[in-house]
Each structure stands twice: as C-alpha cells, then as structure tokens.
Design a binder for this molecule. Sequence first.
Ligand code: TRH
Length: 377
Amino acid sequence: MKTWDIFCRVIDNFGDIGVCWRLARQLTAEHNQCVRLWVDDLNSLIRIWPTTQSLDQQQAGGVEVYRWNAEFTPGIQVADVVIEAFACDIPPVYLDEMVKRKQCGQTPVWINLDYLSAEGWVEECHRMPSAHPATGLRKTFFFPGFTPRTGGLLREQALVNARDTFQAAPWLASMGIKPREDALVVSLFAYENPAIASLLLTWANSSKPVHCLVPDGKILSSIDEAIGHNLDTGSTYRQGNLCLQAIPFVTQTDYDKLLWACDINFVRGEDSFVRGQWAAKPMVWHIYPQDEEVHITKLLAFLDIYTRDASPLLKEALHRFWLGWNQGGEGELEASWQRLILHLDDWQKHSRNWCNSLLDQPDLASQLVDFCAMRQD
Ligand code: TRH
C-alpha cells in the first residue's frame, strides 16, 4: 500500500474536483491505497458529494480530505505518490519537503495528471518525464485517453455491472420524474448556449414527445431566455410535444443513474463526458470553451475517433449536430437534429459498441497504480 497526496485547484465548475474525487475514491476502494485529497474549494466537492462539509480536515468516502489553503507548514509528511492535477502547482513548502525526502533516498513519485484529449500528440506526451528546474525532481506527465498508448479513462470495477442491472423506472419515479411512456427522455448538462432556443422549438414541434431533464446549472440561463421566464428547480415547462423539467443537481453517484435512465445525454467538460460514454447511450458533448477555438480542434479529434466505425450517414449527422451545438448555430440545429434522430437506432448501437471498445483498455487508476509500483527513483 502506498500513500498518495492529490492536489486539486478548482478553476471553475465541477470537472477538476469531479475527476480528483473519483480518482481518490477509486484508489482507496479498489486499490487499497491511503489517499489525502487537498482541495482549495470545498464547496464544489460538497455539490457533487453532499455528505462532505466545509471543514479543514475530514474523512469522506474512505479519503482524507483537506482544505488546501495558503499556509502549508514545513514538516508535513510527503506521500509516496504526489499527484498534481491539471498542472495546479503544488505548494513550495511541500516541494521543499519532497526534496528532503529525496535526500533521504525516498524520492516520491511526482505526477502531473493532465486533461483528457483525443488528439494524436497525447500518445507522444503520455508518461513523458520532465526535470523540475529548481529541484531536479522528476515529474511525469500522465495523460488520460482513449487509446492503449494513453493512461486510459477513470472507470470503477463495478460500473458496468451496476449500469446493466439498473432499473430506470423506479429510480426516475423516486426523483419525481414521470415521463410519458412514448417519450424520448433526454438529460441536458451544458454550458450557456444560445442554440438551445432552436432545439427547444424543434422538440416542441417533433412528432415524438421529448421529456428533457435539466439539472441545476449554467444552461438554465439560456433556457430562461428562450422560454421567457425562470425555470426554477422542480418546475416543469410544456410546449407542444416538449416537457422540460428542471431537477436538482444530484450527487456524482446519482448522476450516473440519470445518464443510464435517459435515451440521450447532453454532457459537457471532462468527467460527465466520460460518464456519458460509460452509459453506452447516445450523447452530445458540449466541450469546455477555450480561447482561439482550441476546443474545436479537440472536439474534432474526438469526433474523428468516436465515429471511425460509424456508418457514413450517422458519422455525418453526428459531426453536423455536435458542431452546431458547440458553435451556437442558432436556427441550424433544427435540420441537423432531425437528421440525427433519423439514425437513433444506429446511434444507440454505435454507443454500445464504442463503450465496449473502450472497455478493452485498462482504467486510469489501475494504470497509475501500476506505473507507481514500477517506478524506482
Ligand atoms: O463542470 P464541468 O464543466 O467541469 C470542467 C471544469 O470547467 C474545468 O475547469 C474544465 O477544465 C473541465 O470541465 C474540462 O464538467 P465535468 O467535467 O463534466 O464535471 C461535472 C461533474 O459534476 C462530474 O463529476 C459530474 C458531476 N455532476 C454531479 O455530480 N451531479 C449533477 O447533477 C451533474 C449534472 C453533474
């Protein structure tokens, strides 16, 4: 058993903590590791795991959770493995202690866990070492990814079985969600997006009823603008064949259930994007927007591998709709949705095949554990 320190700085939203928390729990529960998670914004953790509290130190889900504040004191015991999530820069005092540990012949394994991307360069950079200029300590870049030459994706051992034995109807009922039997049930987790107006109108006019579930979050401001009033949590809006239901932001565990219970999932960022893939259901990704349209390159790189084995018609329809959704193409979305939904059966099969193909790859936590076990500094 090793000790691990995971450092997480929350830039915004829930992805940074979502990934770190999932990793910390999995290392503890499945690999019997001893994990401390240092997080600078406990409120974001409380949102996805409401039994945690705003305390400087606590035990939660088998993990020691610490509030990461500025005052790190010398003498802190450095872990065997130090994970700096998303290049968050570990505290200088902690770094000094890492140097001391090295001087005692017990160099910690230092890993920068990077963001997920399907771009080709990831394979080249995964496991790349770099010497820290001031201390000479070696830091290794660990990249999650979709191919065997990357670090893989976070996936708990029991996930697929839990998904396959899940009963959607009772869970939905327990959440106060009662879609019509013939409705297409959609979950909608996305950033602000003006394109929602044309999508809502398309769903209102569609021949098949659409029941759209919106967890509390950013997309609601765009929805409010589109429908002309605030859609409060717990309330429902109906127009034509559309039923729009605002639901609470659920726990990270319940979010999986929401994805499993829906026919189509709109996901975003990084962690919900991966969970959408494990749900093996059709999904639409709202990628985290970056300057100079860098995110569009990233989106296309994923679409490229995701649709590699799709039929040409599905491939074309997915490209059009995903790009429209990400580029805020008002008006454009109606036609591209109608085209995509024609291929729903094919899309469902494709989603399952894609998920199964990813299952061949070892998961990220196991890869990290194996890497650290092999490292001799
Ligand atoms: O919240 P995100 O947009 O997060 C991020 C951050 O913005 C980050 O800075 C950026 O770098 C990254 O995206 C790419 O999206 P993400 O990654 O999907 O994280 C959402 C988390 O919230 C995920 O762990 C699932 C969880 N969640 C719940 O627990 N309950 C819910 O009801 C919902 C909708 C999500």
